[in-house]
Write a protein of this length. Sequence first.
Length: 205
Amino acid sequence: MAIDDMTRLFKHELGDLLFAEKTFLKGLKAMAKETSNPAIKQRILEHASETEGHIDTLGRAFEAAGLKARATKCDAALGLKEEHDSFKEEEDPTPEILEAFNLGSGLRVEHYEIAGYRSAIVLARALGFSESAALLQQILAQEEAMAKFLEAQAPGALASIAAEVEGEAGAGLETAVEPEVSRSRGQSRPSSTRAASGGATSARR
Ligand SMILES: [Fe+2]
Ligand SMILES: [Fe+2]
């Protein structure tokens, strides 16, 4: 059925966010398992429990507008999840590289949520659903705080992951130099030879 009024558009937007929150709740739990940095792991778990609250608060935002809470399939949330899953399956990253990748994945998710809540708040206010807008604002504040946390932690976390990856490459140096001489065609991992010629680039492919 065609959406022909703004309240139904608002209902669709809330349904989309509800679906996204449920998708990201599973994603956060998976990401926590893939994270070894204790501060980031703890914050991800804390945000997972905040996300359970978001699902509940969204239900109240529906009710405050006189609407029945119902999730609507959100292709963008599924796409963000798929991006993580396909990187993991297709690129076969080491745990350290996956952890570095996840910092960017997590930030993309938070920014998607931030854009979604900001849009829904504008719509709620335009429709006079001030209580719904206030509830959505509470969620938005937590999404913004999580995005800020990830942005603040990323430089340090990436530096320590890079040091770890380079340390491992360096440890394999002695045995890696010899195959460099007799390297045959089809040898697939030349990264250790790159470590021999300049440590700073060894983390890159
Ligand atoms: Fe959320
Ligand atoms: Fe979030």
